[in-house]
Ligand binder design. Structure first.
Ligand code: A3P
Length: 250
């Protein structure tokens, strides 16, 4: 494959480890507007899928983009956050790895997670339960803590696994709700965390009213994220929402 002189594939120095449906794609694409960032376009799933992990670090490196020595290679695989083996595996590869974790309101995240699966089922003409029936235990009517979309939203439980290996200073927690409403301050925090020169500005982001989201631009491109980001969520029974809010607050 052709590539520019002085570029080569390098292991990442930063990884967006999750959380799924919290804005991981938006964060990666927005950071990639910075000239010192080189992103892996697709999710690599090296540390969470045994079959990939067994292929070794050369395989992992091969999944990365070509980059210059002064660029930071970054990948995002949101399943890393909830996979128990992942923190130790990343630590073994590079204990100075910078970790980015984007979170959003846990109830909204769970509904977004449900909406994604619901939409995939619909595409295949398959039926799927209502969110309410999955989120509450059918007998007790209490929060169904076994439902994966709920479990993923219990951030502190997963976070405790990461903190066994990485100090908090190595983890930048991005507020996904703020990234939707006013992305620049969150991105500037990440620039600082990654030790990058301030580059991103309001010139790189513009609000697109018909999408209802910020879209991205630089000298060579202008794009919004795909329609699979920002799906309409179903109307969820407010009593169920209240139960979930109460659960996440306790
Ligand atoms: P919804 O689809 O629930 O609205 P991920 O990339 O981790 O799957 O996250 C998807 C979420 O990114 C979307 O959730 C959306 O709210 C959020 N998001 C944040 N900034 C966005 C942007 N600029 N364009 C589209 N979606 C964005």
């Amino acid at each position: 494959m052709l590539h520019l002189k002085k570029t080569k594939k390098r292991l990442p120095k930063a990884i967006i480890v999750g959380v799924r449906k919290a804005g991981t794609r938006a964060l990666l694409e927005m950071l990639n507007l910075h000239p010192k960032i080189a992103k892996a376009s697709s999710e690599v799933h090296f540390f969470d899928i045994a079959e990939n992990y067994e292929k070794g670090l050369d395989w992992y490196r091969h999944q990365m983009p070509y980059s210059y020595a002064d660029q930071i290679t970054i990948e995002k695989s949101p399943a890393y956050f909830i996979t128990e083996e992942t923190p130790q595996r990343i630590y073994q590869m590079n204990n100075t790895m910078k970790l980015l974790l984007i979170v959003r309101d846990p109830t909204e995240r769970a509904i977004s997670d449900y909406t994604q699966i619901y939409s995939h089922k619909q595409e295949k003409n398959k039926n799927y339960d209502r969110f309410e029936d999955l989120a509450l235990d059918p007998e007790t009517k209490e929060v169904n803590t076994h439902y994966k979309a709920i479990r993923t939203s219990v951030y502190h439980r997963h976070m405790s696994q990461w903190l066994k290996y990485f100090p908090l200073e190595q983890i930048c927690v991005v507020d996904g709700d703020k990234l939707v409403k006013d992305p620049l301050p969150e991105l500037q925090r990440v620039e600082t965390f990654l030790g990058l020169e301030r580059y991103l500005s309001n010139k790189n982001l513009y609000y697109n009213a018909s999408r209802g989201f910020y879209c991205l631009r630089n000298d060579t491109m202008n794009k919004c994220l795909s329609d699979s980001k920002g799906r309409q969520h179903p109307d969820v029974d407010p009593k169920v929402i209240a139960k979930l809010h109460h659960y996440s607050a306790t």
